[in-house]
Design a binder for this molecule. Structure first.
Ligand code: NAI
Length: 338
């Protein structure tokens, strides 16, 4: 019966695929780092997304178990397993969207920048695969430090002649998700109705929540502004410390990654007015990359929105953010150029 999950042996690897009846139309999505703390719940949530028809799960370890497990979910997407560097290219061929949560996470006392040396190399290798196998795919980069890994990816794509800035997006959705939650808590609102634009970058002071532009309009006391800004900037560290050595945010990150990936897929499908914040190549400031609101469309980013009016507190924050961000971007660029 072709509708039953099919187990195939392929180059010693157990391939698991389950074919949805009628072959539901949808997008092909690869997750690189699919067996990790973020990768596993992300794979599960993408298997539940009706816009996904094919889901490729790639990792250097443990992807067969994760794939077998997830393939038993009775949703439409066909799930396939890819294990180890030799299968990276097969994992990427024909993909519409590639989501990258591969790499090591923070431990207490570490900054995102401390991850640079290991994750920079991982992101470089994975992006080289993308240039060869799916140069037109939308790339959602989660691996930290995002402020540097996005410039690394851009340089790899430039080198290969496949760079399209509209298709490369650093995922900053988790800070937006946190900002919505924390603002809702303080104001006694339902978090589903709160929208906080978070701009700048994706680490410490580079994370700049624009509390003056919150929807629905809210006014905050100076104490509330300080408390919220600091909690949003340090939300990741809150989780790292609570996990006490067992990693950083994985479940809320998977939720945020799926919220963002779903927005990218709705854009690809042609839905109107799909707007999210992301860290992208940008002319909104003098820096080559910056996070701000973007509109997603059939070819990736259709429009990058300016920051809008900032209050004095935010203008000071912006200057601080730009200083640190410039260094992180440069660090990423020189990693590939040297
Ligand atoms: P993890 O260690 O649980 O999982 C990482 C996975 O990547 C592992 O399964 C590992 O085998 C895999 N991996 C390592 N090298 C690889 C390679 N060359 N190719 C493919 N896969 C490879 O880590 P976790 O918690 O899932 O975090 C992953 C990354 O996401 C980290 O860099 C972390 O800092 C970042 N992160 C980003 C956030 C964001 O908001 N953008 C939030 C939280 C984490």
């Amino acid at each position: 019966n072709p509708n039953y999950p099919k187990m195939e042996g392929s180059s010693g690897l157990q391939q698991v695929s389950c074919r949805a009846k009628g072959g539901a139309p949808g997008f092909k999505v690869a997750i690189l780092g699919a067996a990790g703390g973020i990768g596993q719940p992300l794979a599960m949530l993408m298997k539940m997304n009706p816009l996904v028809s094919v889901l490729h799960l790639y990792d250097v370890v443990n992807s067969p178990g994760v794939t077998a497990d997830i393939s038993h979910m009775d949703t439409g997407a066909v799930v396939r397993c890819f294990l180890g560097q030799s299968q990276l290219e097969d994992a990427l061929i024909g993909m519409d969207l590639v989501i990258i949560p591969a790499g090591v996470p923070r431990k207490p006392g570490m900054t995102r920048d401390d991850l640079f040396n290991i994750n920079a190399g991982i992101v470089k290798t994975l992006c080289e695969g993308i240039t060869k196998c799916c140069p037109n795919a939308i790339v959602n980069l989660i691996s930290n430090p995002v402020n540097s890994t996005v410039p690394i990816a851009a340089e790899v794509f430039k080198k290969a002649g496949t760079y399209d800035p509209k298709r490369l997006l650093g995922v900053t959705m988790l800070v937006v998700v946190r900002a919505n939650t924390f603002v809702a808590e303080v104001m006694g609102l339902d978090p589903r109705e709160v929208e906080v634009p978070v701009v700048g970058g994706h680490a410490g002071v580079t994370i700049l929540p624009l509390l003056s532009q919150v929807k629905p309009p809210c006014s905050f006391t100076p104490e509330e502004t300080d408390y919220l800004t600091s909690r949003i900037q340090n939300g990741g560290t809150e989780v790292v410390e609570a996990k006490a050595g067992a990693g950083s945010a994985t479940l809320s990150m998977a939720y945020a990654a799926v919220k963002f990936a779903d927005a990218c897929l709705r854009g690809l499908r042609g839905d109107a007015s799909v707007i999210q914040c992301a860290f992208v190549a940008s002319q909104v400031t003098e820096l080559p990359f910056f996070a701000s609101k973007v509109r997603l469309g059939r070819t990736g980013i259709d429009e990058i929105y300016p920051l809008g009016p900032l209050n004095e507190y935010e203008r000071v924050g912006l200057e601080k953010a730009k200083k640190e961000l410039a260094e992180s971007i440069q660090k990423g660029v020189s990693f590939i150029k040297k």
